[in-house]
Design a protein around this ligand. Sequence first.
Ligand code: GLA
Length: 376
Amino acid sequence: MHRLKTDLAITSPGRINLIGEHTDYNDGFVLPAAIDKAIILKLGKNGTKSDCRIHSQGFGKVVHIDLGNITKSNNDWENYILGVLYELMLLTDKLKGFDCTIESHLPIGSGVSSSAALECGLAFGLNELFDLGLHKWDIIQLSQRAEHNYVGTKCGIMDQFASVMGKDQHVMLLDCKTLDFEYIPINIEPYRILLLNTNVKHNLAFGEYNVRREQCHNGLTIVGKQFQIGGTFRNVTMDMLNACRSEMGDVVYNRCSYVIQENERVLEAVQALRDRKMDRFGELLYQTHKGLSEQFEVSCPELDFLVDFSKEWKEVLGARMMGGGFGGCTLNIVHKDVVEDFIEESSKVYKKKFSLELSAFQTVPSKGTSIMEKNG
Ligand code: GLA
């Protein structure tokens, strides 16, 4: 294979979310951070009008894309790229042929949002390479649209936002209704953020994620008909929801009550972080897991097992499934002295129960999508 051209290297991180799950597409609050693991994209202009050569090291092949003829592929990872190119072409005519090599240091399907990292990294890099004049929020929103339109997951804004806006040693409280956000310094010493990857792969495009979104929307429509709430979850109270319970049925009621309670938990968790009340912070994470498992029903036996196991450790303040669900990681707040032991014991019991390997990694809130290297 001929050498692909590189003018620019971009690092685009994955994300964690401390609390605020399945709230982003419900006008709610989230508390994510970018992490110290990323996808690296090397980009260069190749002098052609519209021929793009994309080499993914993980998938070991070069894909050719003609900017003049962008259509969906059967491969998800290609659709992330095609989707971004499609959205960019709607915004600008400055995009020309380019080469791109993708090197991922993010485990796929583990709930740290490798997809958003890829989308945002590509959009960010092409913006730089071709001087497209896009701002960070343009990049975030076009990447979200790429996922909606090309991959089919009707995701919220959290992942793309976290990947692009991340800041070292800070989490971000994002109001997904107004898109206002605040950086919150995170000092949780002597605790560590530990991710345990179940190695069970989910695929959000396979429907359940979109079904949850639909159910929340249906619940909101029913409450909206009865009360003047301006079509947003933020104005829905538990009393309103209770008044509509029989009309919406138990499943939709459970989804909606989870959302209302989770929003309250996010705000309380932020206060606990500010006051350094780490025990309370941990309890809130456990409550979130319970809600995700029982009311929102997006957990799975592997995730529930790991969260239950963590409760046997007094040095673990809290744990919960993270991300869309149906697999991926648990996020654990663990005292630094027991991190190694906790990983070892969790791996042992997990393997015994599910005959699966557990992978573990510690992470810290880190900077968002940025330029690593620029030639010329
Ligand atoms: C996925 C989506 C996000 C968010 C989470 C759940 O990661 O991409 O927008 O909805 O699930 O909180």
